[in-house]
Write a protein that binds this ligand. Structure first.
Ligand SMILES: Cc1cc2nc3c(=O)[nH]c(=O)nc-3n(C[C@H](O)[C@H](O)[C@H](O)COP(=O)(O)O)c2cc1C
Length: 342
């Protein structure tokens, strides 16, 4: 309700200013405890206990400024980042566009962030509660990108409940090449070596724009490289039909038009993995029905970002409650029981 009233004001601002104002406002919220969720929503994935399967996707809170506010608003887990070893400015503005007619977003932010030392210090000051993951990337001007991921694993392990290796952003030139055969095996080998016993699980985040055959290869490399879960997917560089005047902007597209592509990619990864690797779905999730479809297609958890721009931060709680109602209606005891049952 409140968001419906505020939305025209927020949307009157340039998209990036609106985002900055939102983070500032969230930072001012009084500290609250973690909300309770129906017991049926709790699940264990990669050894972590998630109280609700509905998480905040990376890119909203790049520097880890407001994870606790987002948990208290009803997210079952929050992924901060992408953080790179050194701070960087990202691409020139404008670089973030609301495609309101399409309930979509195009961004070419380019990993603007204050760097891992900054995020490490900030996250180190918060009480450890709730599930907060850190998404790591490589600096644009890095001479050795694999070394950047190794540095990220070392730097962020102490303050994150899980780490996500993001090799699927379209806004750092060449980054997605790390998804290719030899490079991926080399990267995951280096990451496996960098992990310390007792350290957090490591997830791998992939693009939705893959060719047939890529899914099998990525699953094999992930399992061999001891990856604990795949996040499917990042934004797309493809352009399904769009109405907005911003349709031609360069960057990654997210939100409603990404939904069918992300669901197809999830199904391809489920079929490639046969359920042997936990999957986390992202891309165009805006309702309990959307989240449920991903769970039936094999996702153990879901994440969202773009739908918040159109439906406000209360959405995570509404989706969680909708999922709990679906479980009750169907006589299914838990989310885990529903995963992949479609
Ligand atoms: C403005 C913006 C910035 C993003 N930044 C990141 C990022 O830094 N790292 C990352 O892994 N994904 C990033 N993403 C991708 C999201 O985490 C998510 O995978 C994608 O947007 C699809 O989900 P959605 O349709 O619910 O937004 C970003 C998305 C948006 C819209």
């Amino acid at each position: 309700m409140i968001y419906k009233l505020l939305r025209p004001l927020i949307h009157a601002l340039d998209a990036e200013q609106a985002h900055r104002a939102t983070i500032r406002a969230l930072g001012l919220l009084p500290r609250r405890g973690l909300p309770a969720f129906p017991a049926s929503l709790a699940s264990e994935v990669a050894g972590l206990r998630f109280p609700s399967p509905v998480g905040l996707a990376a890119g909203f809170d790049k520097d880890g400024e407001v994870p606790d506010a987002m948990l208290s608003l009803g997210f079952g887990f929050v992924e901060v980042g992408t953080v790179t070893p050194r701070p960087q400015q990202g691409n020139p503005r404008p670089r973030l566009f609301r495609l309101a007619e399409d309930e979509a977003v195009i961004n070419r932010m380019g990993f603007n962030n204050r760097g891992q030392a900054n995020a490490l210090a900030r996250l180190g000051r918060r009480p450890r509660r709730g599930v907060v993951g850190a998404n790591i990337g490589a600096n644009k001007d890095s001479a050795d990108r694999i070394a950047d991921y190794v540095a990220g694993i070392g730097a962020m392990a102490a303050v994150a409940d899980y780490l996500t290796v993001n090799i699927s952003s379209p806004n750092t030139p060449g980054l997605r090449n790390l998804q290719a055969g030899g490079e991926l095996v080399e990267l995951l080998g280096a990451i496996a070596e960098a992990r310390r016993p007792g350290g957090p699980p490591v997830f791998l985040k992939v693009a939705p724009d893959l060719e047939s055959g890529d899914h099998d290869r990525i699953v094999r490399a992930a399992i061999d490289g001891r990856i604990d879960a795949l996040i499917v997917a990042n934004t797309t560089v493809s352009r399904p039909p769009l109405k907005s005047r911003f349709a031609g902007e360069a960057g990654g597209l997210s939100g409603a038009p990404l939904k069918p592509l992300a669901l197809d990619a999830l199904r391809a990864f489920r079929s490639a993995s046969g359920g042997s690797l936990p999957l986390i779905a992202a891309g165009g999730i805006a309702s309990a029905d959307d989240a449920w479809d991903r769970i039936l297609a094999g996702a153990s958890l879901v994440q969202l970002y773009s739908a918040l721009v159109y439906h406000g931060p209360g959405l995570a709680r509404r989706i969680a409650d909708g999922l709990a109602a679906k479980l009750t209606e169907r006589g299914t005891a838990s989310i885990a029981e529903a995963v992949g049952s479609g």
